[in-house]
Design a protein around this ligand. Structure first.
Ligand code: MN
Ligand code: MN
Length: 284
């Protein structure tokens, strides 16, 4: 099958997962339950997670996935972002939506969604990254909301979630889209500073390179990261065979030795709520 057709098939599966997910997200529900149901749905459709389901609440913009015994529930006034990645043999789809029952937050979500749609309208062969970025920034700046400047969209490649960045602010990147290129447009908006920083918690890791470790748990994790998770990002909670404390120690060591990359939670610097919208596209 041609690559473009493969992408379309993966995006169709992703849309089914999104429809399923939208029904799960409401106040009072445990986020671990949402994450596990979504990840099961991905498998049920014959795909695999391209990364753990990210569930970012309020000022948490990205890189949060529930821990194994997460007791967090969605609150009445929460702004919840659900970011879903799935793949079939390395062909990745990356999509996200936001949920809130708060009127003002819904306005912010609408801006993020419309910014993605505006960018989507100009996508075709030969369009430059800087043109996509300028379209997004010009749209959002008219609304009074702020773009989170250090979070970006990205190209998608086989088994690579984050290829070259597609910033949401003006830049001089003249790289042009080619036929068959897949990409994810994702926009984060806020009323805060428009900047995220790393928090102290890390729940998501990814294989980087094979390094020598004496720790038996470390060896096992590194092998799983490369083979079972296929070099794609994985959740700490996915490793059920190693007790939590030992797991934490081994993961820390693997990050220090350069075998794994850790992705700490990203929070808006002024603790303002953040809305996200994301869609994947393939250039035909
Ligand atoms: Mn995403
Ligand atoms: Mn993405």
């Amino acid at each position: 099958m041609e690559e473009i057709e493969k992408y379309k098939e993966v995006f169709e599966k992703a849309k089914k997962v999104l429809e399923f997910s939208e029904k799960l997200v409401k106040p009072g529900v445990n986020i671990i339950e949402i994450a596990e149901k979504i990840e099961s749905k991905i498998l049920e459709l014959g795909s695999k997670p391209a990364f753990p389901v990210n569930i970012g609440i309020n000022e948490i913009a990205a890189h949060y996935t529930p821990s194994i015994k997460d007791d967090k529930k969605i609150g009445e006034d929460d702004l919840v972002k659900i970011d879903i990645g799935l793949h079939v043999e390395g062909i990745i789809g990356d999509f996200a939506f936001s949920f809130s029952e708060n009127k003002e937050d819904r306005e912010m979500i609408k801006v993020a969604k419309m910014a993605v749609e505006e960018a989507g309208k100009i996508l075709r062969e030969n369009v430059k990254i800087k043109e996509i970025s300028a379209t997004i920034e010009s749209f959002v700046e008219k609304t009074g909301f702020k773009i989170v400047r250090n979070l970006t969209g990205h190209l998608l490649d086989k088994y690579v979630v984050h290829g070259i960045s597609i910033p949401n602010v003006r830049n001089e990147n003249n790289i042009a889209l080619k036929k068959g290129q897949a990409l994810a447009i994702e926009v984060f908006v806020t009323k805060g500073e428009g900047w995220v920083k790393e928090g102290s918690q890390t729940e998501i890791y990814q294989f980087k390179k094979d390094v020598g470790v004496r720790n038996i748990d470390g060896k096992k994790i590194l092998k799983m990261a490369e083979k079972d998770f296929e070099g794609l990002p994985f959740a700490k909670r996915w490793i059920k065979e190693i007790p939590q404390t030992r797991l934490e120690i081994a993961l820390k060591e693997l990050v220090e030795k350069g075998g794994l990359i850790g992705y700490p939670v990203l929070k808006e610097v002024s603790k303002a709520k953040v809305a996200q919208w994301e869609e994947s596209f393939v250039i035909e």
